[in-house]
Design a binder for this molecule. Structure first.
Ligand code: GDP
Length: 456
């Protein structure tokens, strides 16, 4: 089934559509070289194509005969002979002029030469099927493309270079060895006998379980690197949430008014600071007796608070007003607003960060508190290891950990035959294998590659 999908030659624009200096059109598959010869200036690519050497020439449209075709652009053709290409197949990349038409006409010419338009992520999918990338490395390609901060780009490139694969291999290899020892002995060892001593098996399983735990600890960091850190500003009406939101953004995005209940919807904005993306959400003020419309805003505030990674709880009077956020699971930083108006020695603001959105006082300390809270999310660890877990990895790793725990439990509570141990171990390895793509199904590939863009 997989063979069929990589029989034909595919083409797509690899750079974004629109005006720009250059555009790259990618052609990949068995017929890429002969097709490139047909659209590229006669004789330029030579009889024996020189791999990885760019050739300058004219690109032609393809009408029914080459004689009637007309020039569409002038640029470079870079042929790469498989397996030494991104997809592992014969590939030609055409570097033509940017803008709407030139690249589109090059794609059209390649299609006239017999290439099929590539689907989303189809080049990367081929790279995976041809063994050039593991599945999590292919996902790292998408993460790199979608990265909004330096930290997420650095994490993605490390994963692309094999970060997560190394961690997975460290867990998988001892389990695979254990399984092969168990399976290898099944035919020779008498029934009821066991090939590997239980305490040795247990030690290997427990170490694997710890390895999976360590990876799972980095799951929140994966999401935060991909999405940014959601910080919700909450508190009673009129305490200065919108003003602080604007001060953090250094621009006027939220409406500030001295009448309570101005912000009825959630206003969101993104700030990139030291390579980390923060997503701030200004919310409707929380109070006990809101009107009907205001209540809708407050419901949204609660939704935001429940999904927040960090909450800034604001108050402009004495006392932290902590009861307002009862049940909130995210870390809360308490902020005493409008500190320019009060004499700090007179107030009872213990444990709160004094800030003034008017004078800017305390803003740096607030940023420092945010940075400190972010450190608890292990982003740096995930970046340096190249482990950016997504929902798919998380689900597989959790299942794998649950299966490992069941097997450990079984072995603890009494003798387990080699056949049963082997079967359970194979199930664990299959879950682990789906993270890297060592084990995969068509359905799995569909779900992974659907979030890629065409041309990647
Ligand atoms: P929200 O309802 O909590 O979003 O509060 P706003 O940001 O709309 O502010 C309510 C009022 O407090 C406005 O009149 C602001 O100008 C004022 N205000 C907000 N922050 C400060 C501050 O740091 N110092 C002073 N003096 N006034 C502030």
């Amino acid at each position: 089934m997989f063979e069929d999908t990589i029989q034909d030659t595919i083409v797509a624009l690899a750079t974004p559509e629109g005006e720009g200096g250059l555009a790259v059109v990618r052609l990949s598959g068995r017929e890429a070289f002969p097709m490139a010869r047909r659209v590229f200036e006669e004789g330029r690519l030579g009889e024996e194509i020189d791999s990885h050497r760019a050739v300058y020439g004219i690109l032609f449209s393809l009408t029914e005969s080459k004689e009637k075709s007309y020039p569409i652009d002038r640029g470079l053709a870079l042929p790469m002979r498989g397996p030494h290409s991104f997809t592992g197949e014969d590939t030609v990349e055409f570097f033509c002029h940017g803008g709407r038409m030139a690249a589109r006409m090059v794609v059209k010419a390649c299609r006239a030469a017999g290439a099929r338009p590539a689907g989303p992520g189809e080049f990367t999918r081929r790279a995976f099927l041809n063994g050039k990338l593991s599945l999590d490395q292919a996902e790292a390609v998408a993460d790199l493309i979608h990265a909004e901060s330096e930290a997420s780009a650095r994490a993605a490139i490390r994963q692309l270079l094999g970060g997560l694969d190394q961690q997975l291999a460290a867990i998988e290899t001892p389990l695979l060895e254990l399984l092969s020892r168990i399976e290898g002995s099944l035919e020779f060892v008498e029934e009821e006998e066991i090939a590997v001593p239980v305490d040795e098996t247990m030690a290997i399983l427990e170490e694997s379980c710890r390895g999976v735990d360590r990876l799972l600890e980095m799951a929140p960091a994966g999401r935060l690197l991909r999405e940014g850190i959601h910080v919700v500003l909450a508190g009673p009406p009129n305490v200065g949430k919108s003003s602080l939101f604007n001060a953090l953004l250094e621009e006027d995005r939220a409406i500030v008014d001295d009448q309570a209940g101005t912000t009825r919807d959630v206003v969101s904005a993104r700030v990139v600071r030291d390579g980390t993306v923060f997503r701030f959400h200004d919310t409707a003020g929380l109070r006990a007796d809101p009107g009907r419309v205001e209540k809708m805003g407050i419901d949204r505030t609660w939704k935001q608070v429940n999904e927040a990674d960090l909450v800034l709880l604001l108050s402009d009077g004495p006392g932290p007003g902590g009861g307002l956020l009862e049940g909130c699971e995210a870390p809360v930083i308490r902020v005493a607003t409008k500190c320019d108006l009060v004499d700090s020695s007179n107030t009872n603001n213990e444990g709160m960060l004094p800030v003034s959105s008017v004078t800017g006082e305390g803003l740096e300390s607030l940023w420092a508190a945010l940075d400190l809270a972010v450190r608890g999310f292990k982003l740096q660890e995930a970046v340096s290891l190249g482990v950016v877990l997504n929902e798919r990895h998380l689900h597989k790793l959790e299942t794998c950990r649950a299966d490992l725990r069941v097997l450990i439990q079984e072995l603890t509570s009494g003798p387990v035959g080699d056949e049963v141990t082997g079967t359970m171990l194979a199930a664990v390895l299959s879950q682990l294998g789906e993270v890297s793509g060592r084990v995969f199904t068509e359905h799995l590939l569909e779900s992974v590659f659907q979030r890629f863009c065409v041309g990647k």
